[in-house]
Design a protein around this ligand. Structure first.
Ligand code: SIN
Length: 486
């Protein structure tokens, strides 16, 4: 791996401010999804190292929470600056372990760092309240205090940004953290741990447990009585399990789970803008984001024209190794992901969907998959109820707003939804009727530090980013003071 700063390639766990091996010396392989080639070996931690990290985080919490928000904010700010100074190397590590194109990886590093920058500023704005007393001799004050040790379990599709989106507000609030990065992508996490050390976080404030034993480490993080809050981004089944495991110690929980985003195009929409928005939303990260357009609904009057324009552009999306120039679609993360996409495609075609573009493994081999468009998709197909996590666009037609709202809401998920149209009455009707936590209107890109990211229904709860993001890591305490009055 060619880096300018070789300190960023760390292979050990980061516990109490030190990079350390797993207790038993075990390691596991990290591979490059573009080539299938071996990258490096990383410490394979288990319950013992996780418990140690939780204890160190608990000790560190006692001093970290006593710093002022301004002091914590300064350290976070330095961390942000170090991320930006090292952006090229961080992007290289990310592309090599995850597969997304290097320019997109750079975009993720900027996105990830922006949470650190934002919460460095928010650290000094944890305002409480004073409430007029209910009796003449009562004074009521509401304090907001850090909840304690936070566990963060993060996914492979955004190996940098999903960590910073959780830990930046937690650290700003005065909490300390134990992070379990995804098995496939621990190197990005360990690289920012190195930068955290350089930024001056005291030992124990931030800990990273790489592991190939997700269930074992997840069990400790979700059951340990010292951990007061668990934040998870990943699949709905794993989120449900973690939530159950958190119940015994009544932890505060945030879950950002699967999505099944509808992308609706009304007949009066700017079709060229809708095509660009759909491509941006659908093919970002090769279709492997929770907010990717999962089902495209196009009003029947413009169905053929939309498909013609969409196909003309999707056909030119270059697939390849993310380190090569001009590549916009990298490989899928692993063979299991390709098999899932293949099943969804076969099921849809067997039930009447038409392959308009692509529809198979890419000639590059490995886990590369062709950008695919399926027309004449129907609600009876498995793809209607499944988060694809791959580069397939299933396109349905619909007659009117009520028809498409019913189809769009026909899912247990409720993360992101998108629609394009110009009629202002229709815009409000549809925006209010969609059962989703986030709605993009005439845009396919909604992710930003300044807005609350999160879902409803089985897509989870809790919000990340924005002024709401910090609340997840704070507890409210109300003081009732009796004073003498004459
Ligand atoms: C996700 O896929 O979970 C996150 C996507 C984003 O932040 O845009």
């Amino acid at each position: 791996m060619q880096l300018k700063n070789n300190n960023l390639l760390q292979q050990q766990a980061f516990i109490n401010g030190e990079f350390v091996d797993a207790k038993n010396g075990n390691t596991f392989n990290i591979t490059n999804p573009s080539t299938g080639g071996f990258l490096t070996r990383v410490a394979d931690c288990g319950a013992e190292e996780t418990e140690a990290a939780v204890l160190f985080a608990s000790v560190a919490f006692q001093e970290w929470k006593e710093l002022t928000g301004i002091e914590r904010g300064r350290i976070l700010r330095r961390w942000y600056e170090l991320m930006m100074d090292n952006i090229d190397d961080l992007a290289t590590i990310l592309t090599l372990e995850q597969g997304k194109p290097w320019s997109e990886a750079k975009g993720e590093i900027k996105y990830g760092a922006s949470f650190v920058e934002w919460f460095a500023e928010e650290a000094k704005r944890v305002y409480g309240d004073t409430i007029p007393g209910h009796q003449r001799d009562k004074r009521i004050i509401v304090l907001k205090q850090p909840i304690g040790v936070v566990a963060a379990i993060t996914p492979w599709n955004f190996p940098n940004a999903m960590i910073t989106r959780k830990v930046a507000p937690a650290l700003a609030a005065g909490c300390t953290c134990v992070i379990k990065p995804a098995e496939a992508t621990p190197l990005s996490a360990l690289a920012i741990a190195q930068l955290a050390r350089e930024a001056g976080f005291p030992p124990g404030v931030l800990n990273i447990i790489p592991t190939n034993k997700a269930a074992e480490v997840g069990k400790v993080l979700s059951t340990h009585p010292i951990v007061k809050k668990l934040s998870f981004t990943g699949s709905t089944p794993v989120g449900k399990l973690l939530m159950k495991q958190c119940a015994d110690t009544v932890k505060k929980v945030s879950l950002e789970l699967g999505g099944n985003a509808p992308f609706i195009v009304f007949a009066d929409a700017d079709l060229d803008a809708a095509v660009d928005g759909a491509i941006a939303s659908k093919y970002r990260n090769a279709g492997q984001t929770c907010v990717c357009a999962n089902r495209l609904f196009v009003q029947e009057d413009v169905y053929d024209l939309f498909l013609q324009k969409y196909k003309a552009k999707v056909a030119y999306l270059k697939v390849g190794d993310g380190m090569e120039e001009d590549v916009v679609i990298g490989p899928l993360i692993n063979e299991k992901a390709v098999k899932k996409v293949e099943h969804l495609l076969e099921d849809a075609v067997s039930k009447g969907a038409k392959k308009l573009l692509g529809g198979g493994r890419h000639e590059l081999g490995g886990t590369f998959y062709e950008p695919t468009i399926l027309a004449d998709v129907a609600v009876t197909m498995d793809i209607h109820q499944t988060e694809i996590f791959g580069p397939i666009s299933p396109v349905y037609s619909f007659s009117d707003a009520d028809d498409v709202i019913n189809m769009a809401n026909d899912t247990p998920f409720g993360l992101a939804a998108y629609f394009y149209g110009k009629n202002i009455d229709l815009i409000f009707k549809v925006a209010e009727a969609l059962e989703y936590g986030m709605v993009g209107i005439n845009t396919g890109m909604i992710s930003t530090t300044v807005a609350p990211f999160g879902g409803i229904k089985e897509s989870g709860f809790g919000r990340e980013g924005s002024k709401y993001g910090m609340e997840e890591y704070l507890v409210k305490k109300y003081l009732c003071l009796q004073v003498e009055t004459n």
